[in-house]
Write a protein that binds this ligand. Structure first.
Ligand code: 9GP
Length: 805
């Protein structure tokens, strides 16, 4: 859109006055943010309405991305960027003597997601709008995010993430689009006079699902898509017998992301959440469709629904329910439509993340849905037992072992099933969904994850963005494949020095931020070695920690090394004791290193609390090394690996997830690979001959490091150190940390050496930036669009460079 600086200044002052009846000089950063957000919304309103109208008029096929998490990050800057008015707005604010970055920082990160899964969903929202695809999100409007992480005495403490405290100016409440979601009670099936089955519900607990819509603005293309978030409310005519307790139970549904599910009540609440947003989404999609169509026959030509991980897998029986019970479509036709509409992405091979529900709970809470799942199960068995045998079908039918198995249900009810990196997609076929692959081989495919360089470079890394503009022009901002032009400058000494200078500038900025947030002074000349992701044993923050302890001992012995600053950001799930123990030990090691004058000139460790999208925007541009060190075969894809690469960090990686594609993209010389391969690990499993103790016995460095966990050298970790020591030695190190220790150290030593040659380092950084464009989510969603959703993407065109296989 077009907006001059002067126009902006007038409109902004006007908006601030209308909102606060005060001149801008008197407003706080939060108030300025609110005024600016509302003004920005007013710019979005018309293209938002136009986009909707166009989709309806042209009967565009629409994608609905169902996800229990979205992690959009702050929206103000990104909306201004995508509208094409960021520069004008910043110039205007500066002219008013205001600090744009201070105002942007007043925005709370939406607490609607927690990790890679949610961030990917939001990257897809941004990408779909930006390539002109009609893509909508469907999720939950959580009052509270997962939790706000603080450290007390080195321990993780979980505080409420009251992210909506100051309101969420980007949302629009649409009570005229509310729907009712039914729980519990019982159903009666009665033939009606017209021959249809009448489904009569008795004694249900009804919940009103009220949608809040958030605009998803496309980059410089006038497209604005919709993210619909559902909030649970008491029914309007709840009647005199509606108790406070009932009201409370309803409020709970959308109160918090991932409520504690360590007991049955918590589990049931999660099931309620899942059905709630899935049912509300399906009902609203069908209702919208039916406004302009008098039958459901063409539904699958106009609608694609994507199941992001299994949380929304109930979309399958729910669509069947609506088609049959409300629209009176027969089973066969309803199933044909459902299969054509639904597609499913699996995001993990970890068994604990493959959801199952106890049948008692499921059938009690969702009696009609359970009947439909039973019928899906019955027909599945009938169709495939003759060819594949009872034993195999028993293993993979939707119902089995007293459970509803959501990954199997999702696979059976979708026409496409994908993993998120080639290795992961292969392992799905080989392992977790192997039997289903035998039956439906044509459904399985890979769609490697992607990221949005708009947020990570254009917004997050402005020094780099400006340098790129100067050297290769601005085409990369529209089409990130244009970053490849950087290869032409691989021998341009001046440019390589400039690249190093932007990194140095970003490191100084991060050093300031670290000082402000945790009051630790770090040396901006150190190597910034970054590991930012959820804390999980398979991601092996512990291996990184053992490496730090080894460096500590080496420096104590008098070895000289280039100074390294290890930066961690990670939340542990509140009930994940082992992960929390690792956090405690990390914090203890950070203190120990910091207070040792022999060591602190060469080594520093900082664990930044409450890692999230906004913090990532600060850390990533400053990273020299990106640690992607999961046990091979365990990380489905990863996306921080892609973001860090695009900032020119060198990846220190195992051959896992999308690391493999990064390696293929940059070549062996521009990435540091170490560790066991997935095949080698599978070999250990098959033979059953992994003995972690052998590594401990034969490697004196490892021995010394592990002993530190229990010999009192690290203060305050008696219990935690012992538990970790035992997990590694007595319980045989489930994630092969000890097996990979030696090669991890060797890879680190190579990086230390390389850092002594700044120009060579910069060349490798350059190759990483140049090749990062292929990981743009714009291309990822175009592949989904072409191959799964069958919608036609518009701009900009993928050049066919495929990262798959
Ligand atoms: O653990 C995966 C991560 O590897 C992947 O990048 C991300 C997005 O596909 O999904 C994560 N999975 C989950 O968060 C839960 O399945």
């Amino acid at each position: 859109m077009a907006l001059t600086k002067e126009q902006f200044i007038t409109e902004f002052k006007d908006m601030a006055l209308k909102l606060y009846a005060a001149p801008i000089e008197d407003l706080s950063s939060q108030q300025l943010y609110q005024a600016l957000a509302l003004l920005t919304r007013s710019y979005i309103a018309q293209p938002w309405a136009n986009t909707k109208e166009r989709y309806d008029e042209e009967e565009t096929k629409q994608v609905f991305y169902f996800s229990i998490e979205f992690l959009p990050g702050r929206l103000l800057q990104s909306n201004l960027l995508n509208l094409g008015i960021l520069d004008e707005v910043e110039a205007g604010l500066e002219e008013l003597d205001l600090h744009p970055q201070k105002i942007f920082a007043a925005e709370a990160d939406p607490g609607l997601g927690n990790g890679g899964l949610g961030r990917l969903a939001s990257a897809f929202m941004d990408a779909m709008a930006s390539v002109g695809m009609a893509g909508n999100g469907n999720g939950i409007r959580y009052q509270y995010g997962l939790f706000k992480q603080a450290f007390v005495n080195g321990y993780q403490v979980e505080l409420p993430d009251d992210w909506m405290r100051n309101g969420f100016p980007w949302e629009t409440r649409k009570e005229n689009r509310a729907v009712t979601v039914k729980f519990g009670g019982w159903v009666e099936l009665r033939p009606s006079r017209s021959g249809h089955l009448r489904v009569i519900y008795h004694n249900t607990d009804d919940v009103l699902a009220v949608p809040y819509d958030v605009a998803m603005v496309g980059y410089h293309n006038g497209v604005v898509n919709n993210l619909r978030l559902w909030s649970a409310e008491a029914p309007i005519n709840a009647g005199p017998h509606f108790t406070l307790e009932q009201r409370e139970r309803i409020n709970q549904i959308t109160q918090i992301l991932y409520p504690d599910d360590s007991d049955n009540a918590g589990k049931e609440l999660r099931l309620r959440q899942e059905y709630f947003f899935t049912s509300a989404g399906i009902q609203s999609i069908v209702r919208h469709y039916r406004r302009t169509h008098n039958s459901m026959a063409g539904f699958a030509d106009r609608v694609a629904i994507h199941i992001n991980d299994t949380h929304p897998a109930m979309a399958i029986p729910e669509l069947m329910r609506v088609l049959m019970d409300d629209e009176h479509v027969g089973w066969d036709e309803a199933w044909r439509i459902t299969l054509k509409v639904m597609s499913y992405t699996n995001h993990t091979l970890l068994s604990e993340a493959l959801e199952v529900w106890p049948i008692d709970m499921f059938s009690g809470l969702l009696p009609r849905i359970y009947q439909i799942v039973q019928e899906i199960d019955r027909r599945f068995r009938l169709a495939f037992v003759p060819q594949f045998g009872q034993a195999m079908i028993d293993r993979i039918a939707p119902l089995g072992n007293g459970q509803v198995r959501m990954a199997y249900l999702a696979t059976i009810g979708s026409h496409a099933v994908n993993g998120v990196a080639p290795l992961h997609s292969e392992l799905l076929k080989k392992d977790v969904l192997h039997d289903l692959f035998q039956i439906f081989p044509e459904r399985f495919n890979n769609k490697t994850n992607g990221i949005t360089p708009r947020r990570w470079i254009q917004i997050g890394d402005r020094p780099l963005a400006h340098l790129l503009d100067k050297k290769i022009g601005t085409a990369w901002r529209q089409n990130p494949l244009a970053l490849r032009k950087l290869h032409d400058y691989i021998d341009d000494t001046r440019f390589l020095a400039d690249l190093n200078a932007t990194k140095a500038e970003n490191k100084r900025e991060l050093a300031k931020y670290i000082d402000q947030t945790v009051h630790v002074k770090v040396d901006p000349d150190a190597i910034f070695d970054v590991q930012i992701k959820r804390l999980h044993a398979y991601k092996r923050q512990l291996l990184h920690l053992l490496g730090i302890l080894d460096a500590y001992l080496a420096i104590k012995r008098g070895e000289k090394r280039p100074k390294r600053l290890h930066i961690f950001g990670a939340k542990a799930a509140p009930s994940y004791v082992y992960a929390k123990e690792i956090i405690k030990v990390m914090n203890a090691v950070a203190d120990m290193v910091d207070s040792d004058p022999d060591v602190s000139p060469y080594l520093q460790v900082v664990f930044l609390p409450n890692y999230g999208v906004s913090m990532a925007e600060k850390i990533i541009p400053a990273a020299d090394i990106s640690e992607q060190i999961s046990t091979a075969g365990k990380e489905a894809s990863g996306t921080s690996n892609m973001k860090l690469m695009s900032a020119g960090a060198l990846t220190l990686a195992t051959l896992d997830g999308a690391n493999i594609e990064i390696k293929n993209a940059v070549g062996d010389d521009n990435i540091e690979i170490f560790g066991l391969t997935e095949k080698e690990i599978a070999g250990y499993y098959q033979r059953g001959d992994y003995r972690s103790r052998d590594f401990y016995e034969k490697d004196p460095r490892l021995h010394a490091v592990l002993d530190m966990l229990v010999n009192g050298k690290i203060p305050g970790i008696e219990t935690e150190g012992r538990d970790i020591y035992n997990a590694l030695l007595m319980y045989n190190d489930e994630y092969f940390v000890l097996a990979d220790f030696e090669s991890y150290l060797a890879a680190n030593a190579r990086l230390d050496k390389l850092y002594q040659q700044p120009e060579l380092w910069a060349k490798k950084a350059l190759v990483n930036i140049a090749e990062s464009g292929r990981f743009s989510a714009d291309f990822t969603v175009q592949r989904y669009g072409r191959e799964i959703w069958h919608v036609v993407p518009q701009t900009p065109e993928d050049d066919g460079t495929d990262t798959e296989g």
